[in-house]
Design a protein around this ligand. Structure first.
Ligand SMILES: C[S@@+](CC[C@H](N)C(=O)[O-])C[C@H]1O[C@@H](n2cnc3c(N)ncnc32)[C@H](O)[C@@H]1O
Length: 232
């Protein structure tokens, strides 16, 4: 995912973000299932699976699960899998691929009722799916759905990989590297490393930071933050 020009104005960015995933659902599903995204194929898919499995979770909640590939990859190892996503089109694709209980649910609805998708998960995982400015509020509300010692694992764009001004704020992804002209641009909220770490606390305590890179790459393509539930 690359950052491009700053999105105009902030009003409505959250809505346009969700709408873009509805509009891009088919293109996204084929990009993922056909392995068209080099950084995923070469680095980030394996990296998130390995990070999640390192903790041997029995139950996971996949936030913004998209077409469901991660739950399917974890299926042989993780007994209980729930995926949520705001895009009915992507949830339908996820259900047809199987591998988890996939629920059409927005982060806004989850924030209003954090236990609606279940409780006592060992891990929550968000793979390139916390793209909104309001992700800080969701992160703060999530400890209630994991068990004591439970984890939040976030893979996101590496703060150094977008080649733009290093400042937290809205940007627009044009999907220019995705090989088709038809993608609907997506507003997304870029965060510096300082910002990511500040929004994890005090609800979560950063335990490990990883920087996956492609075999021939000089810069990391993503970062994975693993945080444990702070307090009781
Ligand atoms: C880059 S895709 C990643 C999908 C999946 N995690 C993967 O690794 O392929 C971002 C996902 O976040 C979901 N998403 C974005 N904003 C959301 C919101 N407010 N509530 C629920 N899902 C949201 C989108 O629908 C989309 O499926």
């Amino acid at each position: 995912m690359t950052g491009n020009t700053a999105a105009e104005g902030e009003t409505g960015n959250s809505d346009r973000l969700v709408q873009s995933w509805r509009a891009n659902a088919k293109r996204w599903s084929s990009a993922v299932s056909e392995g068209k995204i080099a950084s995923r194929k070469d680095a980030t898919d394996a990296a998130i699976v390995s990070t999640v499995l390192r903790h041997q979770p029995k139950s996971i909640l996949d936030l913004g699960c998209g077409e469901g590939w991660l739950c399917r990859a974890l299926q042989p190892h993780v007994t209980h899998r729930v995926g949520i996503d705001a895009s009915p089109e992507l949830v339908e694709a996820a259900r047809s691929g199987g591998g988890a209980n996939f629920i059409e649910l927005s982060y806004e609805a989850l924030l209003a009722n954090p236990t609606v998708a279940g409780i006592a998960f060992d891990s929550i995982v968000a793979n390139f799916s916390l793209l909104d400015e309001k992700a800080d509020k969701l992160i703060a509300a999530l400890p209630v759905v994991v068990q004591p010692g439970g984890r939040l694992i976030i893979q996101t764009v590496h703060p150094l990989s977008t080649g733009e001004v290093y400042r937290t704020g809205w940007r627009t992804e044009q999907f220019k590297d995705f090989g088709s002209e038809d993608w609907v641009p997506m507003p997304w909220f870029f965060r510096t490393l300082e910002n990511w770490i500040s929004i994890l606390g005090p609800a979560w305590k950063l335990e490990k930071l990883e920087e996956p890179r492609m075999a021939a790459g000089e810069l990391p393509v993503s970062m994975i933050m693993t945080a444990t539930k702070g307090g009781p």
